[in-house]
Design a protein around this ligand. Structure first.
Ligand code: 8YV
Length: 338
């Protein structure tokens, strides 16, 4: 009798032709519909699985893997992996992987789209027009704030942050400041045309602040009322990283009292729920976590995750050597991102 093939679980529908590559090596248990998985349901799917390919929707921690005795690899589709308890996975000898690099430029593009939409009031203007409120052209309609020649502040200067920096410096003649747990090597600073400053200086100096750092208990609500109070009232805040970095109530206060000009948010603390106070404000651009959502990039992410899983489970040309494993979790501070 042929030996049963190892089973892998794919938590959400991805691209069928890419997921099918897993079927060459494993028995596939792939979701065919977008599914909200409870912790118990995740534990159930992992129970006799050798590998899992998951998205940010699925939290994989000690509880979910407790009875998954065959589990050897978890491949996350995404560069951020705050949904994985990496320490718990590593403690069990389970390989964890993510999808860096392939989404860098697409996500940096989106950061700029959001920054510009907030600064120049693009979505606010569109809503105003659609509401039929444009009855006559006037000189002071929807005055925004300039992007070109302004100061760009980047919090979290990993690969995506560097992409945002290059766009700002080369495309828009911006002065680029960044803050990161550690200062980057001079070569990277000079390629990104960016100068390191402390967090306080970054908050005070930025005309447009972009958050591109990982979320963890150390960075939760890093942008709180005190941080927002340091920002210029004419500044904008763009978040393409994780919603929990920002205290959304404090942000809503600042936006509604004119202490911050505008914000652009692609990510939310309780997503897909959005804080109703943010929904009610005009000076905030809201998008549904689509930073990496170009067709080519989402295909590249799915493909890299599949390569990682195949390799981590000992198959394919890189058997035993997945292309992008996640290392040991970083300790404290503001980690470099992505
Ligand atoms: C992904 C993201 O779409 O990569 C990330 O960290 O937030 C997004 O690009 C998401 O993680 C899909 O799981």
């Amino acid at each position: 009798m042929a030996e049963a093939r190892p089973r892998v679980w794919v938590s959400q529908p991805l691209f069928g032709d890419i997921v099918a590559r897993l079927g060459e090596h494993f028995e596939l248990d792939a979701a065919t519909d977008v599914t909200i998985w409870s912790p118990d349901a995740i534990a159930d799917r992992l129970h006799d699985a050798s590998g899992a390919l998951v998205t940010l929707n699925e939290r994989i921690g000690a509880g979910e893997i407790a009875s998954a005795t065959a589990l050897r690899a978890v491949a996350n589709v995404g560069v951020g992996y705050d949904n994985l308890d990496v320490a718990a996975l590593h403690a069990r000898g389970i390989v964890a992987t993510n999808t860096p690099d392939v989404l860098t430029e697409t996500t940096a593009d989106m950061a700029f789209a959001l920054l510009m939409a907030a600064a120049r009031r693009v979505t606010e203007g569109e809503r105003w027009l659609r509401e039929g409120r444009w009855t006559q052209w006037s000189f002071d309609t929807l005055l925004g704030h300039d992007v070109h020649g302004s100061t760009l502040g980047i919090l979290g200067m990993g690969r995506i942050g560097q992409g945002v920096a290059r766009r700002g410096a080369l495309g828009f003649g911006m002065r680029v400041l960044y803050h990161n747990r550690s200062r980057l090597p001079e070569r990277i600073e000079s390629n990104s045309r960016a100068a390191w400053v402390d967090l306080d200086t970054l908050l005070r100096a930025a005309d447009h602040l972009v958050l591109v750092l990982p979320y963890s208990s150390a960075t939760r609500h890093l942008i709180d009322a005190a941080a927002l109070a340091k920002m210029k009232p004419t500044a904008t805040l763009t978040n393409i990283a994780r919603g929990g970095l920002v205290d959304e109530d404090a942000l809503a206060d600042a936006l509604s009292h004119g202490r911050l000009a505008a914000a652009a948010l692609d990510v939310f603390e309780g997503e897909p729920s959005v804080n109703p106070r943010l929904l009610a404000l005009r000076n905030v651009v809201l998008t549904p976590h689509v930073g990496s959502a170009s067709l080519a990039t989402r295909r590249a992410m799915a493909s890299l995750a599949v390569d990682n899983l195949i390799a981590a489970l000992g198959h394919g040309p890189r058997a035993g050597d997945p292309p992008t494993p996640i290392g040991a979790p970083a300790a404290g501070g503001i980690p470099a991102k992505r």
